[in-house]
Design a protein around this ligand. Structure first.
Ligand code: SF4
Length: 134
């Protein structure tokens, strides 16, 4: 796979768990243990998905994709923040807030909606998420 330009406008927040139809960045793969193996540096979703041996298997249950946060067009939007990111952090509270240095290397931290709103606690929770594309 080759690197390709990825949308990085800092004024735009990225959703770290978006369906294929809205994806601009290939965030990572779901491991057999159900955790996300993040891919860096940023890789354009269309390039990554087209390079898979069987693109029909490029489902949201196997890969994590990121794309522009659509705010009020998403059912998780509360009116001023992402309710899913908030819920995830509450669910994984027992893992505590990690040091910045211990965070997984991911491609979208600078613009990630969950990180911007929830801080470093978002990242351990994020690594357990499998996108529900229904
Ligand atoms: S929550 Fe953290 S690990 Fe997940 S995409 Fe955002 S910055 Fe990356």
């Amino acid at each position: 796979m080759t690197d390709a330009p990825v949308r990085t406008d800092p004024s735009e927040r990225m959703c770290p768990s978006t369906p294929k139809a809205n994806a601009t960045v290939f965030l990572g793969m779901i491991t057999p243990a159900g955790r996300v193996a993040y891919v860096t540096p940023p890789l354009a979703a269309e390039v990554a998905l087209a390079g898979l041996p069987d693109p029909t298997e490029a489902t949201e249950s196997r890969y994590r994709l990121a794309g522009p946060c659509v705010t009020s067009s998403c059912g998780f939007w509360t009116g001023d923040h992402c309710g899913l990111g908030e819920r995830l952090v509450a669910s994984y509270q027992e893992t505590g807030v990690p040091d910045e240095a211990a965070l997984p290397r991911c491609a979208i931290r600078r613009t990630c909606r969950w990180y911007a709103e929830q801080g470093p606690a978002a990242c351990p929770a994020c690594s357990h998420v499998v996108t529900d594309a229904r």
